[in-house]
Structures are given as structure tokens and as C-alpha cells.
Design a protein around this ligand. Structure first.
Ligand code: FE
Ligand code: FE
Ligand code: FE
Ligand code: ZN
Length: 185
């Protein structure tokens, strides 16, 4: 039963594709391609979320994050230029999924404070994905000695953290309470 033993060892081990990353700098480049795709996908989806937000402060916060996101895409393009790489993205499955989840939460909520609470929930999942991604990218850049690039990525990381704080504040200050008061007695 030799083959069974071998199978149990290799079972579940993912076979790498031929272009699979061999070092951290390749993994870093792949991760940059993932996040630029994610930011570009988000740029297309944020205006719809802003349009569906009823509370003026939420609408404004999302609209402002559109402008911030445009700057983040430009910052990434600058990073690719510094690295002498094309800024072509690679599909980010996670952001595609988070955006889809945002779309379905809108379908599943009545417009007004309840939909607003859902939009905040979906947006914070997106921001947390970005915070995790940029945190990793800063760490990779630092390890690789790319200090200038680490600094640029760090600027974006701070913007994503700020966006998350603004969303938390609008939820706690009013929107969640307004949504709760829509519940049937
Ligand atoms: Fe972003
Ligand atoms: Fe991704
Ligand atoms: Fe989910
Ligand atoms: Zn963001």
C-alpha cells in the first residue's frame, strides 16, 4: 500500500502554477497587482453605495472616500513606476466578493437608516480588507528595503484606517439607533 501512504502525505498540498512566486519580491508584486485591481473595482462600486445612502453624513463620507481612493490608485501607479513594472491588476477575488456582498445587503434592506446601517457594515468589511492588505504590503516593502515604497503604502494604510473610524462614528452616533427605531414594536 505504498501509494496510499504517499497520497496521504501530498493530499491537500496545492500544486503551484508555473508562474508561482519564488521569493518575497515576487509575492510583493503579485500583492500590489491584487490591491490595484481591488481599488479600481471599488472606484466603480462606491458611487452606487453613496447614491443608496440616505444620511447626508454617510453619503458625504463615501463620496469623499471616492476621491481618496482615486489618490490611492495614483499612488499605486507611482509605485509600479518606481519598480519599473506595469500597473496591470490581477483579479482580487476577495474584493469582488465584498462588493457583491455590499450589493446584496442593499437589495435586502429598505432604503433609509436600515440600508445605511447595512452600507456601513459592508463598507467596514471592505476597509478592513484594505487595512489588512496595506499592512502586509508595508511589512513586505520594509523587509525588501523599499523604504520609499513602504512610506507611500503607509500613507494609504492611514487613509483606510481613517475611513474605518469615520464609518464607526456615523454608526455609533446615529445611524444604528435610527435603524433600530425602524423595528416594529
Ligand atoms: Fe482604498
Ligand atoms: Fe485581494
Ligand atoms: Fe459574508
Ligand atoms: Zn478604502
Amino acid at each position: 500500500m505504498k501509494s496510499t501512504t504517499k497520497n496521504s502525505v501530498t493530499k491537500g498540498i496545492v500544486q503551484p502554477k508555473s508562474a508561482a512566486a519564488e521569493g518575497l519580491s515576487e509575492l510583493f508584486k503579485d500583492s500590489l497587482k491584487d490591491i490595484i485591481y481591488a481599488e479600481r473595482a471599488l472606484l466603480k462600486s462606491l458611487p452606487k453605495m453613496a447614491k443608496n445612502a440616505a444620511a447626508p453624513e454617510l453619503k458625504t463620507a463615501i463620496e469623499e472616500h471616492v476621491a481618496v481612493t482615486e489618490g490611492q490608485v495614483q499612488r499605486l501607479e507611482q509605485i509600479f513606476e518606481l519598480m519599473g513594472e506595469s500597473s496591470r491588476g490581477k483579479k482580487c477575488e476577495a474584493m469582488e466578493g465584498l462588493i457583491k456582498e455590499g450589493e446584496s445587503i442593499m437589495e435586502e434592506t429598505q432604503p433609509g437608516p436600515v440600508r445605511d446601517a447595512g452600507i456601513i457594515a459592508a463598507s467596514q468589511k471592505i476597509e478592513h480588507y484594505e487595512i489588512a492588505s496595506y499592512g502586509t504590503l508595508v511589512a513586505f516593502a520594509q523587509t525588501l528595503g523599499e523604504d520609499k515604497i513602504a512610506g507611500l503604502l503607509g500613507e494609504t494604510l492611514e487613509e483606510e484606517k481613517q475611513a474605518d473610524i469615520i464609518l464607526t462614528e456615523s454608526a455609533y452616533n446615529s445611524i444604528n439607533f435610527d435603524a433600530a427605531s425602524e423595528d416594529q414594536q
